[in-house]
Design a protein around this ligand. Structure first.
Ligand SMILES: [Zn+2]
Length: 124
């Protein structure tokens, strides 16, 4: 995910969008102002081409770091262990157990499939 900070240069009538990755911004790491424009290290500041700016610059729209976490799907986990209720202890019988980890829809789909398969097997 990209940084979404922008800088509007009203003299040129241009808006730049930062080309760096999300969460890169750190106001305290200053750009290498002594280097030539073309090879300037932006430090923790925003960058687009040869433009380098900070959130407090005139015409700047700050980045939104909280949008980063929305990109990550929450993880869910399900464990299914099955066997006869009156049978031997499942701990020493060969384990009929699966653990699924992933997004909620994926976990739900696997659990439903396993339940269907088990139900078919139990009816034999
Ligand atoms: Zn940026």
């Amino acid at each position: 995910m990209k940084c979404n900070a922008t800088l509007t240069d009203s003299r040129k009538g241009v808006t730049y969008t930062c080309e760096l990755g999300a969460t890169h911004y750190d106001r305290d790491i200053q750009p290498d102002f002594d280097a030539p424009l073309e090879s300037r290290n932006p430090g923790g500041w925003h960058k687009r081409g040869t433009e380098v700016w900070a959130d407090h610059a005139h015409g700047a729209t700050p980045h939104e770091p909280e949008a980063v976490s929305a990109d990550v799907l929450p993880g869910y986990k399900a464990s299914i262990r099955f066997g006869s209720q009156s049978g031997p202890n499942l701990d020493w019988e060969s384990p009929y157990e699966i653990t699924i980890v992933g997004p909620a829809a994926f976990v739900a789909r696997v659990v439903a499939s396993v339940a269907d398969a088990f139900e078919e097997d139990a009816q034999r």
